[in-house]
Ligand binder design. Structure first.
Ligand code: ADE
Length: 222
């Protein structure tokens, strides 16, 4: 998979993509992530990528020209499955959307800033608008990192068996069951006996029950 991220703050993305599973996925060659600094595509001599909004009002708006030049350039080089815009008024991200996007070949992710992008960008270039929740971040970069993390970990070969995504919360519309590790007793607090019984059938049944119990208690909407 190839992911092209359009941003005014590429340095904000370096850390989340430069460590752990996201780094490994890139080192293994499973995913190629490119950061594009929008300022490199600014058309005026001050390298502005934002301007005052027509009609007045506080807050700057991201201009269409640099975004258009960059997206047109990328689209002339390959076909994209989706051109995604990270915005708090987009569709709220869930596991189903991440599953679907994990099978894409090429995607563009545009990170919003200031008051957002000129509406014409959304009308003419964006195919999907995604929010990571009902709160407003300072920019779309952290949201893009969250989206990409949730997608990349689902691509076959990224996780090994121990970290398999199949047992994650939400994969079957259930929250994950509780987990424990050594010691089997700490401060008199014991690990549920079934988990140390060696009876794998029983353990499976216990985990299923706990997952259902937890989902009913915390997320009945699922
Ligand atoms: N940009 C600012 N807030 C955001 C959010 N909640 N989701 C996606 N992009 C955003």
């Amino acid at each position: 998979m190839r992911i092209d991220i359009i941003t005014v703050l590429p340095q904000l993305l370096e850390s989340p993509f430069g460590d752990s599973i996201l780094k490994r996925a890139q080192t293994k060659g499973i995913v190629k992530v490119n950061f594009h600094n929008l300022r490199d595509y600014a058309t005026n001599k001050h390298k502005n990528v934002d301007d005052y909004q027509f009609g007045g009002g506080a807050g700057m708006v991201m201009m269409i020209e640099p975004i258009s030049i960059l997206i047109e350039k990328l689209k002339s080089e390959r076909t994209y499955d989706e051109v995604i815009y990270m915005t708090p008024d987009g569709e709220t991200l869930n596991q189903g959307m991440s599953n679907q996007l994990s099978s894409a070949k090429n995607i563009i992710v545009l990170c919003g800033h200031y008051k957002g992008v000129d509406e014409r960008v959304r009308e003419h270039y964006i195919t999907k608008e995604i929010s990571i929740g009902d709160y407003v971040l300072s920019g779309g970069e952290l949201a893009a990192a969250v989206l990409c993390d949730s997608i990349i970990r689902l691509i076959p070969g990224v996780l090994n068996n121990e970290t398999s995504a199949l047992t994650d919360s939400f994969q079957d519309d259930l929250l994950a069951p509780p987990v424990y590790t050594r010691p089997a007793e700490f401060n008199g607090w014991k690990v549920p006996e079934v988990l140390t019984s060696g009876d794998f059938k029983k353990i499976e049944v216990w985990r299923e029950e706990k997952a259902i119990e937890r989902t009913e208690a915390r997320r009945p909407d699922l």
